[in-house]
Design a protein around this ligand. Sequence first.
Ligand SMILES: [Zn+2]
Length: 379
Amino acid sequence: MLNYNSFKELTLKGRYVKNSHIIPLAKQHASIAEITKIGSSVQKKPIYSYVFGTGKIKILVWSQMHGNESTTTKALFDFFNRLHHRDEVVFKLLSECTFCVIPILNPDGAEKYTRVNANNIDLNRDAQQLSQPESKVLLNTYKSFKPDYCFNLHGQRTIFSAGYSANSSVLSFLSPAHDQQRSITRTRKVAMEVIVTINNALKDVLPDQISRYDDGFNINCVGDSFQSMNTPTILFEAGHFPGDYKREKTRMFIYDALMTSFLCIANDEVKGDKYQSYFNLPENQKLFFDIIIRNVVSNDGELVDVAIQYEETLKNEELLFVPRIAKVGSLEEYFGHKEIDGGQNPILINNTGKIANSLTIINEISINGVDFVDKIAVS
Ligand SMILES: [Zn+2]
């Protein structure tokens, strides 16, 4: 088996990935892909598709519909590189399937590192209204390509746990509903079965760290909308692996998950009758903060826990993880990706012991007079 590092796309790294990072990569794939500008964003940035393969099963994949969710884009370019190694696996994929991949659907959001597009619209709530050029590009591609499967690739925040557990949700998936009743139709079963296959392949390397999103129906979401048009649609969410704020480990797991799903489709293994264990996956819960400092004493003598969440802020082309207070109180039911025991000592945040339960940016922090700023930084 080929070593992942031998085809990992090294020019893409970290969390900030935008058009100017991927455009130079087109020429290295021109020999194996048809690369087309399929439209433009609000700010007239190009949106590209890469088409690979000649097979009859059509797979439509898009990433960075939310501009700041770049992990899956990195994994896609790893996949593109993998396709240059013309072994049996690649031969199977490209002879059974045709892939149409949109690496960055929301290039304006990617540039500014925002979820929304340049008009402040969440494209994943615009599937019916189609008010944005990016939404139209995706729907037009869907209509002309006529996919048998859709892969809707996203990234999730660090707050998610795999069920009610102290395990971070590293990967989560969803077979979206396609009606209010959340009926388990054949289309949904097929998508569920692909997710089951991924879980079976990855559960040993990610024990209890793979989960599923809740399936409340919202026709304005693109996945629900395509599913309701009877195309099995699989939502991927690249999540947080402990310590991996750059999402380089998760990127590798996403690559594995993509490859597993493409292969089971190419091998014609997905029939929609082995979906049941999808429901055994834990549902995502929001039990995590980036940091919890436990047992510290505020100005008014109260013993509290302080939860800190990083805000990802783009400054001079660099992504900063700015610590903010997220919650103060008794936080026994929550977990921190990092936990610090304050030993019932007094805490000072920005030189005040009055800890506002707000989004205060933490510039200075000390516990019992000892500076903790370095300890709360992303390492
Ligand atoms: Zn998203």
